[in-house]
Design a binder for this molecule. Sequence first.
Ligand code: C5P
Length: 211
Amino acid sequence: MIVAIDGPAAAGKGTLARRLAAHFGFAYLETGLLYRAVGARVLAAGGDPADPDAATRAATTLAPADLERSDLRDEAVGEAASHVAAIPAVRAALLAFQRDFALHPPGGAAGAVLDGRDIGTVVCPAAAVKLFVTASLDVRAERRYRELAERGERPDRAAVIADMRRRDARDSSRGAAPLTAAPDAHLLDTSNLSIETAFAHAKSIISAHLR
Ligand code: C5P
């Protein structure tokens, strides 16, 4: 069984996906890390993440060790990821790995949960369950602000909101696999939901498909 979870940054999809995977014994793939790893490699090589040649080279030669980099969650890497993610050849290079993970989950798990921007629309259009997780810009920016502060960074609130707005716009307006809800996705707005409530809701949707 494939569970596709899409949505903008800091909507809560990662927390939800991880908990659902643990609950149902499914494998979990955070696809944003693939794009982050590509972005991080381009930055480390001194390249421009928006340069199709540099980004495609990084994507086609991606190795498992690149997913272990300690800088993947840095803001600069997230920004670079959203640039490389707009390049069709980069997306094409990462597609087979994601589909293979979904169809043959590691460890022989009975299912897979993938989260990202285009899982329900492009990577796994036939997924049994699709969730589109959103929250208002203010709520998501506040979550990101706290996350950065907890990591010991000293974020600027206005800059966090501005970055998030810019990243949303780039992810939603790109020609290749833009961020959008699949027509058959269940919408889950977590602006005013606790993690517990969002989890209970998603769990019942998946359970209904398992019956
Ligand atoms: O989810 P996360 O914020 O880590 O993703 C970083 C960037 O990677 C996103 O802003 C988006 O541009 C890109 N991404 C994507 N498709 C996915 C997952 C992430 O384009 N399935």
